[in-house]
Design a protein around this ligand. Structure first.
Ligand code: ATP
Ligand code: MG
Length: 180
């Protein structure tokens, strides 16, 4: 499975729709300070369901919507889509290409979609559980996360290994069953 495409519209500094196509191998994003490199990784976290405005380097969720510039009016919504090549079937869904989409309006509510069909945040979360990709997966390692891994409590560290070893879904199901 690999990342094929990222589409961003109205998210942070990206007012116009942009599309990044990723080839296999390594992709590096380079550019001057303030040009939007971190906004790209924020967009990836966000579409995977990130709920913390702070993790996205903002004060409130609305801050992810393009806020306007001297020459341009603010926008009313932000939308990000991330497409995976799933021809190896690692994502538990019967499609060889999987696109997850999130949209948010200034009113605050987020909409989520899997292959253009509306779904719940829970569905997005479950789709990526144990793949390492979800918003808390180890595939996104922020600057703070490195310290976290090195200095966190053994229990938190264990969580990272549990996700990597693929047993997280059983834990979540057990917790859900116990709650019923
Ligand atoms: P550095 O090299 O310093 O890490 P960077 O390329 O990672 O820079 P980002 O942090 O991704 O840069 O982008 C910062 C820019 O995004 C700032 O100019 C900021 O004003 C802009 N920005 C952030 N949120 C919004 C928003 N909601 N609307 C418009 N612009 C925004
Ligand atoms: Mg940056």
């Amino acid at each position: 499975m690999h990342l094929k495409r990222l589409e961003i519209q109205g998210f942070k500094s990206f007012a116009d729709r942009i599309q990044l196509d990723f080839n296999s191998g390594i992709t590096a994003v380079v550019g001057p300070n303030g040009s939007g490199k971190s906004n790209i990784s924020d967009a990836i976290r966000w579409v995977l369901g990130e709920q913390s405005a702070k993790t996205l380097r903002g004060g409130k969720m609305e801050d992810v919507i393009f806020a306007g510039t001297e020459h341009r009016k603010p926008l009313g919504f932000a939308e990000v889509s991330l497409t995976f090549d799933n021809s190896d079937g690692i994502l538990p869904i019967d499609f060889s290409e999987v696109t997850v989409t999130r949209r948010v309006y200034r009113s605050g509510e987020s909409e989520y979609m899997i292959n253009k069909t509306q779904c719940r945040l829970k569905d997005i979360y479950e789709l990526f559980l144990d793949t390492g990709i979800g918003k808390d997966g180890y595939s996104i390692i922020g600057q703070g996360r490195v310290d976290e891994i090195l200095s966190s409590k053994s229990e938190e560290r264990r969580g990272i290994f549990e996700e990597a070893s693929g047993i997280m879904k059983y834990k979540v199901r057990k917790q859900e069953a116990e709650r019923k």
